[in-house]
Design a protein around this ligand. Sequence first.
Ligand SMILES: [Zn+2]
Length: 191
Amino acid sequence: MKTVFFDIDTQIDFMFPAGALYAPGAEKILPTVARLNHQAAKHRIPLISTMDAHSENDPEFVQWPHHCVVETLGQRKPASTLLEKYVVVPNAPCAVPLAEQILLEKQTFSALSNVNFARLLDHFQAERYIVYGVVTEVCVKFAAFGLLETGQRVEIVTDAICALSDENGAQTLADFQAAGGYLTHAGMIYA
Ligand SMILES: [Zn+2]
């Protein structure tokens, strides 16, 4: 089954206690996220790693604390989650790059907001999407529900996600299943 992995927003500001918008416990999923990313490379599965890329005065900061401002340390991805060959795709029209990891920049919650998103999906023609990262009830949710609209199989990796609030995270997973999505574990994807 043609598969694409989506590693959502696993950036320093979300993943570590000193980060600007830390999801409690997020650092604990980091080894699993890193393993999944490297498994993608090993099995030649396209990996799309989304990244918040905010400006200093981003409209999102009305609702949320400053986070993932371009060129800050907090906006970067931990080294363990980066593959050898990655390429940054800004939110501006550009050619679909051939790289084992695509760092897809975005300014809003949804990965689909990058203007190259539809073209990327067209290019890969996947029948299955594996989604993980942070935070469950915001950007993971937007990506997973957005991908469900393609009509293909979408799976959230429950041991490779982290929520800001456990209750909201659990509600998101319940809603996702009710909408036709599947839950899985990292160990079930590739042994
Ligand atoms: Zn953001």
